[in-house]
Write a protein that binds this ligand. Structure first.
Ligand code: C2O
Ligand code: CU
Ligand code: CU
Length: 536
């Protein structure tokens, strides 16, 4: 059976009555209806199954052939091969076939520094597609501030056997240090197939440091945030495995948003991390296709959620102006939150569980918070060891990174509406399916703009992501947004009927970019728009 792309289905009118038509017309119905079949059971927090931390990628001394100009002096050069490998998600499961950057899931972590650009040569060494995943790839640095050619536009793919250099200057927008990011991630962005390729494993982290957030907790000129082995990324993805042979499964016909029933943290289900009685920095990334999480912390022996365990220090767009104490936090697809957890409040031998307390039945979005007293979904176990041998030199300062002031006269800025809606079993923005050849809206370079985002559906949630620049949320449903949304963002939650006004200023790069829903199945089902930044 030749696989129709979603775009072809749209062209042939097959979407008109939704995916139900496809199922009932016999197009792969039994083959692909894996959406609801439960995975084999796996042991909770098996002994010796520790949290894996993606390795930090080392630069290469040169690339051969040399990258094309204009590569400025001082850029660091990296090489990554996209490969198929076997990956162990859990000791009770057989190894699964994944596609990974350097063959790993998550991919290697970049440590970039402001002012030192990176050139990354990505090689596409993926095999012929079998099952899900399409071996044409586009690499996008999510949250990155880079030119259009280096942003991973969804049609800028390269094929098996080909390579592509991506250039990331690592200069904050407008050269303004207040715009410095912190936790970015890179992932596949192939038109129509991002969901399959990311689910297969094509995702990794890209961390940005500067003189303040310097990655050294002992440096008196920096912010003293926990660093090195105490700065740990946590990448959350939900996966599903075949009850027959334990292989990783996906349902290419689930256009609502595919949900797994097992959550991998940095590629492992139910891992344990041993921690000293000191502060740690955790960078949370929701790299799941369609699942939302609300994270809580529970002390195992008391069996209750801790009141305010999280000190949030950063969001999508880097450090917050001031730290924020939180009892829990919701994380949507593509979003990042960074927190400090201080384990010195616990005793040696304590077990502390990170759990998700949101129920979600399908790709429409979260259904409800789990009631107090009922068990949540356990994700990661912290086992508290003794005091750190070298003490805890880290600090949480009152002031982290200030926000650039908003323009005083917002009312004079150009405005656009972006209406997110459902149509013919797929999704539209301003009544249009994604069209890579036509800009839905334009924005002038330099000036700021105000965009009003409105979710015109009554049951679907849409995590909306805008490339190129961080934005600021001005109002949410007519009101001032909550404190944790007063920061630089690149992804926001648009719950049913939500109306959000944002301010965004395109400063450095003219050209074509995209904005889209980061529920990856929605994105692939056309909930994406090209926008052009234009020089006047
Ligand atoms: Cu995280 Cu357009 O992507
Ligand atoms: Cu992005
Ligand atoms: Cu959506």
């Amino acid at each position: 059976m030749a696989k129709l792309t979603r775009r072809e289905m749209l062209k042939f009118g097959l979407l008109a009555s939704g995916s139900g038509l496809l199922a009932s017309s016999g197009v792969g119905c039994s083959l692909f209806s894996s959406s609801r079949i439960p995975s084999p059971t796996t042991t909770r927090f098996p002994e010796g199954w520790s949290l894996s931390i993606p390795e930090v990628l080392s630069p290469s001394s040169s690339l051969s052939p040399d990258p094309a100009p204009p590569i400025r002096l001082g850029y660091k050069m990296y090489e990554i091969s996209q490969e198929e490998r076997q990956h162990q998600f859990h000791p009770d499961l057989p190894p699964s076939t994944i596609w990974g950057y350097n063959g790993t899931f998550p991919g290697p972590t970049f440590h970039a520094r402001v002012g030192e650009g990176s050139v990354v040569r990505f090689h596409n060494n993926l095999p012929q597609a079998k099952g899900f995943g399409v071996p044409r790839t586009v690499v996008h640095l999510h949250g990155g501030h880079q030119s259009s050619e280096n942003d991973g536009f969804p049609t800028d793919y390269f094929l098996r056997g080909e390579s592509k250099d991506m250039v990331y200057p690592n200069v904050p927008a407008g050269g303004d240090h207040r715009e410095t990011p912190s936790t970015l991630w890179y992932h596949d962005h192939l038109i129509d197939f991002t969901a399959e390729n990311v689910y297969r494993g094509l995702a990794g982290l890209y961390l940005v440091f500067d003189d303040k957030d310097c990655g050294d907790e002992t440096n008196p000129r920096g912010l003293r945030l926990p660093s090195g082995p105490f700065d740990i990324p946590l990448v959350f993805t939900d996966k599903r495995f075949s009850p027959d042979d334990g292989s990783l499964t996906y349902d290419s016909f689930d256009h609502d948003g595919f949900l797994g029933d097992k959550v991998a943290v940095n590629g492992r289900i139910h891992p344990t991390l041993s921690v000293y009685r000191r502060k740690y920095r955790f960078r949370f990334l929701n790299a799941s296709n369609a699942r939302f999480y609300e994270f809580f912390l529970r002390l195992e022996k008391e069996n209750r959620s801790l009141p305010t365990p999280f000190v949030q220090i950063a969001s999508d767009g880097g450090l917050l102006p001031t730290p924020l104490s939180r009892s829990s936090f919701l994380l949507t697809n593509g979003e990042r939150v960074e927190v400090i957890l201080d384990f010195s409040r616990f005793s040696e031998g304590d077990e502390v569980i990170l759990e998700n307390r949101i129920r979600q039945w399908d790709g429409r979005g979260p259904n409800e918070r789990i009631a107090t007293g009922e068990p949540g979904t356990d994700l990661l176990k912290f086992r508290v060891m003794g005091n750190p041998p070298d003490g805890d030199p880290s600090q949480i300062k009152d002031r982290l990174r200030e926000l650039a002031p908003l323009p005083t006269d917002l009312s004079s800025l150009p405005r656009e509406d972006l209406i997110f809606d459902r149509k013919s079993g797929a999704w539209v923005i301003n009544k249009k399916f994604f069209d890579p050849d036509t800009a839905l809206i334009t924005a002038p370079l330099g000036k700021g703009v105000i965009w009003r985002l409105y979710n015109n559906t009554s049951r679907w949630w849409h995590p909306i992501h805008i490339h190129l620049e961080f934005f600021r949320i001005l109002t949410r449903n007519g009101k001032r947004p909550p404190d944790h949304e007063i920061c630089r963002k690149d992804t926001l939650i648009l719950a049913p009927r939500d109306e959000v006004e944002i301010f965004v200023q395109f400063r450095d790069y003219p050209g074509k970019y995209v904005l889209h829903c980061h529920n990856l199945e929605h994105e692939d089902m056309f909930m994406m728009a090209r926008y052009d930044v234009t020089e006047s």
